[in-house]
Write a protein that binds this ligand. Structure first.
Ligand code: ATP
Ligand code: MG
Length: 373
């Protein structure tokens, strides 16, 4: 029966396999003026142009915003460095400030990619970059503040005072994250392969509105007749598509695989890699795959913290989408646009825990069919 059901949680935090690069060898403007990024055409369909201004900050301004990076402003930490909540005096804006750890694994190259990507990409499901600081050897990124933290904070190792996410919120987050990815794949031109989709990179705003964050690993996708780009394998263990891990060949379908892992985490409440479990049970996809064969297994896969409060049909459909996304063969995985259609439909089917019934605009119809290519 594999490794479901289980409520055990662990402290695993899969980290990127990154080359060490601490040198600040790239030149970036270091003034406190506004940096005007040239007009960028990032909308394939209507050809609209966005004029985007990303601000530059002095180190002093950001130190003032965080009361000198005081411990009580510290909200999180990742491979890039520490994240602080701050208040910009000039605009009275609450922001999240990420300070590159000069001894850390992720370096200046990611800093630059993050600034360049987020300067050009704008969508309601992508986190907004307000600016950056490149004073001397300091490297800091300033983002809109996401008050509810990351999806990971709401799925794993919950503190006693935090309620588990209900079914409707889970579907809303999944649909929104898929829309962010669809923008990168289908609307950005050239397409962008995100490469680092995972629960800690899905940040939550008011009312659990999800936004993708951390573009330091993103790559411009293949252009012309090319089907893939070749790169060093980076990303986070547990979320990496098997063909990418083995060959370094990156396609949009690598992101679809990572999305499937996130969707499985959302449904099961389990971590992509759970080091508290033994051998074969550590990897979520490996545990789930045999269970996908038979729908009768599906009920035992659902997160026990939902306490049975989910629509059975919705669970089947969500697991079917996840199963398609994590298929071994990249060309068997669906296009993200079809994942968006399916999850938007599922998110519209509101489950009422009181009556244990579903109300939605199109109750009774089935999940839209998915194309693979
Ligand atoms: N814009 C933001 N608003 C609010 N909190 C944030 C913001 N960005 C990051 N955080 C918090 O800081 C934590 C660390 O984020 P960070 O992106 O540095 O690391 P990570 O995603 O956990 O790991 P990795 O470095 O492997 O991507 C997040 O989990 C989140 O709780
Ligand atoms: Mg992150």
């Amino acid at each position: 029966m594999g490794c479901f059901p289980c409520g055990a949680k662990s402290n695993h935090n899969g980290k990127k396999q990154l080359p060490i690069n601490n040198t600040f060898d790239h030149q970036i403007p270091s003034t406190s003026e506004k940096l005007k990024v040239n007009s960028v055409s990032n909308a394939k369909k209507d050809g609209e142009s966005d004029h985007i201004a990303v601000r530059t900050f002095t180190f002093r301004e950001l130190a003032a915003a965080t009361k000198n990076f005081r411990a009580d402003c510290h909200v999180g930490e990742g491979g890039f460095g520490r994240v602080y909540k701050g208040l910009l005096e000039s605009t009275n804006q609450v922001v999240a400030i990420k300070q590159l750890d000069r001894n850390g694994l992720q370096g200046n190259r990611e800093f630059l990619v993050e600034v360049l990507m987020l300067s050009m990409l704008h969508h309601p499901n992508l986190v907004n970059l307000i600016g950056y600081c490149a004073d001397g050897d300091q490297r800091l990124l300033v983002y809109e503040y996401m008050p509810l933290g990351s999806l990971e904070d709401h799925l794993h190792d919950l503190p006693p005072d935090r309620r588990p996410l209900d079914w409707n919120t889970r579907m809303k987050i999944a649909a929104g994250a898929a829309k962010g990815l669809e923008y990168l794949h289908d609307k950005a031109n050239p397409p962008v392969i995100y490469r680092d989709l995972k629960c800690s990179n899905i940040l939550l705003g008011e009312d659990y509105h999800p936004k993708l964050s951390d573009f330091g690993l993103a790559k411009l996708g293949p252009v012309g007749d090319n089907t893939h780009v070749s790169t060093r394998v980076m990303g986070t263990y547990g979320y990496c598509a098997p063909e990418y891990a083995m060959t370094g060949q990156l396609t949009l379908k690598s992101d679809v695989y990572s999305f499937g892992v996130v969707l499985l985490e959302i449904i099961t409440g389990r971590k992509a890699i759970d080091n508290s479990r033994t051998g074969g049970e550590q990897n979520l996809v490996a545990c789930a795959r045999p269970l996908f064969q038979d729908r009768r297994n599906f009920a035992q896969m659902v997160d026990p913290s939902l306490q049975g409060l989910y629509p059975v049909r919705g669970l089947y459909q969500a697991l079917a989408v996840a199963a398609m996304c994590v298929q071994e063969q990249p060309n068997m995985r669906p296009l993200i646009a079809d994942v968006v259609t399916a999850l938007t439909y599922l998110a519209s089917q509101k489950y009422d825990p009181e009556t244990r019934s579903v109300q939605g605009p199109c109750t009774g119809s089935s999940t839209p069919r998915m194309r693979r290519e």
